[in-house]
Design a protein around this ligand. Structure first.
Ligand SMILES: NC(=O)c1ccc[n+]([C@@H]2O[C@H](COP(=O)([O-])OP(=O)(O)OC[C@H]3O[C@@H](n4cnc5c(N)ncnc54)[C@H](O)[C@@H]3O)[C@@H](O)[C@H]2O)c1
Length: 335
């Protein structure tokens, strides 16, 4: 973490840098560098093709090492292109958003948008090294910090009550000592990756808040960011009739509300939720079975579990009621 590791990675051993264009001025960049826009349009097959062609143009060959610096978009592009370029290059990842530092930097997934469908294509190609440098944090807008913390608290709550309580302790000193929270969250996430790298059992629990959150993102035309969508999605999951209460649920709800208060236009964004689009996106979640929703919900005791609820009219009404109540309570809090 930090401690000059970034300078070392940039100055030695990198045959190519792939860097978020908006950060290039902040880095001592020398040598072959590809600048990418951190946009959803850039993490497409066409965007990756142009990166691959630039890699070829600057002479990248087998055995070369790539260093990528940026948030989740740069990570997705770098994971994908280093996976497929000449059947695979080793790479180092330097996450620059809190979302990427606390969550996506480990796990090794790439997610590329195709034909307007978000994250339709991807694979697994973990970096050989991750350098987390909190020096990137101060320039992030408060809503982006809140979005990263939403994923962070989700991971710890899913890991169990002790992990969740430790997160809350580290949250209290996050501004002074972000490393403590980051180490703790990454350690919790590591447990899920090591036990279930390919998302077949335990790692699926990390989808807590995501089925609701992804559908809300889509239903607001992506005005709601992913991380804040997860925070709202957690509130919806907590209100679902199949959710059980446990010693952490009340504190989790309170914490998600606190994080969401950092989003200046949340009220207006939630007003833009289009319910037919919400239903379509919720039902279209790839994790559901043909006849049941597969939801990650809190379980009595601690943490979360996967629950199957029928996806018939009654099952949908339960989802919609939980969602409407959650959005209503957030609007009342903002008023
Ligand atoms: N592969 C995975 O495991 C995984 C997991 C979660 C999310 N994602 C993807 O990541 C993307 C979202 O990533 P993200 O939230 O990390 O952000 P991002 O990469 O989309 O960047 C968001 C904005 O922050 C800017 N930025 C980056 N670092 C900054 C800094 N230090 N200071 C100021 N501004 C900075 C970027 O230029 C951009 O404008 C989505 O496309 C999502 O699908 C991937």
């Amino acid at each position: 973490m930090g401690d000059g590791a970034l300078d070392t990675a940039l100055s030695g051993g990198a045959d190519l840098l792939i860097v978020d264009r908006s950060l290039a001025g902040r880095l001592p960049v020398t040598g072959p560098t590809i600048l990418v826009d951190a946009s959803e349009q850039a993490k497409t097959l066409a965007g990756c093709e142009s990166v691959v062609l630039e890699m070829r143009a600057v002479g990248i060959r087998r055995g070369h090492h790539v260093v990528a610096v940026g948030g989740g978009v740069v990570q997705d592009i770098a994971t994908f292109v280093t996976d497929i370029y000449m059947r695979g290059l080793a790479w180092t990842y330097v996450p620059t958003t809190l979302m990427a530092m606390a969550d996506s930097c480990i796990g090794g997934k790439s997610s590329i948008n195709v034909g307007g469908v978000k994250n339709l294509v991807g694979g697994f190609h973990p970096p050989s090294r991750v350098i987390v440098d909190p020096a990137f944090l101060p320039t992030l807008p408060p809503a982006a910090v809140a979005a990263g913390l939403a994923e962070a608290v989700k991971i710890c709550f899913c890991r169990g009550q002790d992990s969740f309580e430790t997160y809350l302790e580290h949250y209290a000193s996050f501004e002074q000592e972000p490393e403590r929270l980051l180490f703790h969250v990454l350690d919790a996430k590591k447990w899920f990756i090591e036990i279930d790298e390919h998302d077949r059992a335990e790692r699926l629990l990390l989808n807590f808040g995501h089925t609701f959150g992804h559908a809300l993102e889509a239903a607001t035309g992506h005005r709601l960011s992913h991380g804040l969508g997860v925070a709202v999605g957690i509130l919806c999951a907590l209100r679902h009739p199949a959710a059980e209460q446990n010693p952490g649920t009340a504190a989790l709800e309170q914490h998600c509300r606190l994080l969401l208060s950092a989003a200046p236009d949340l009220d207006e964004v939630l007003d833009s939720v289009d319910e037919p689009r919400y239903e379509q996106a919720f039902r279209g979640d790839k994790k559901h079975s043909p006849s049941a929703f597969r939801l990650i919900l809190p379980v009595a005791g601690e943490g979360v579990r996967q629950v199957e609820t029928p996806s018939d009219d009654a099952g949908w009404a339960a989802v919609l009621t939980a969602t409407r109540e959650s959005l209503g309570s957030l609007r009342r809090a903002a008023a």
